[in-house]
Write a protein that binds this ligand. Structure first.
Ligand code: FE
Length: 176
């Protein structure tokens, strides 16, 4: 295949510069039930890893975006999930925490891969809220988890993207 320099395609009007187009980030992230184990007022922290935790670590990263692909800065991202035994801490704040997105809309949590509990695929629970805006509650799933097929709540659009083991990325698209 002949490779034509991008600037020549641009000059010939065959290539429209991306920055000149209204980009679309696709669909708004589907909402899901918060389930029975949400606790408000989680601590603000970047790491949820408990001392002595033996479960595999996960770095969960991504962005909060508008439907036009603009980053949403200062959005609250609240993450909670089961521990390495598949249990939720409903008295305290183990494996619960929140962060605010930076100027580029990015968030990042260091945590563990939650253990399975009966009836569900492996998942994280998340609430995303732009400053002064409506909360989007959803759940994130693990690619290739055998439980996904058996879980009626699972949706492929809510899978973490794992480029390498121990890392999962997800961009939330919230209504404006
Ligand atoms: Fe759950």
């Amino acid at each position: 295949m002949i490779s034509i320099p991008r600037r020549r395609l641009l000059a010939a009007g065959l290539l429209i510069p991306l920055e000149g187009l209204a980009q679309t980030c696709g669909a708004i992230t589907p909402r899901q039930t918060e389930g029975p184990f949400f606790t408000p007022n989680s601590p603000q922290r970047a790491s949820l890893v408990e001392a002595g935790a033996k479960a595999p670590r996960m770095l969960v990263t991504g962005r909060v975006l508008t439907p036009q692909c603009q980053p949403v800065a200062n959005a609250l991202v609240d993450l909670w999930h089961a521990d390495e035994e598949g249990a939720y801490d409903n008295r305290g704040y183990r494996y619960r925490g929140h962060q605010y997105t930076d100027a580029q809309g990015r968030y990042q949590f260091e945590t563990i891969v939650p253990a399975l509990y009966p009836g569900r695929a492996r998942h994280y629970h998340v609430k995303v809220q732009p400053k002064g805006g409506r909360i989007l509650t959803t759940q994130l799933y693990f690619p290739n988890d055998p439980g996904n097929r058996r879980d009626g709540l699972y949706r492929p659009e809510l899978e973490l993207k794992t480029a390498k083991s121990g890392e999962g990325a997800f961009d939330f698209v919230i209504p404006t």
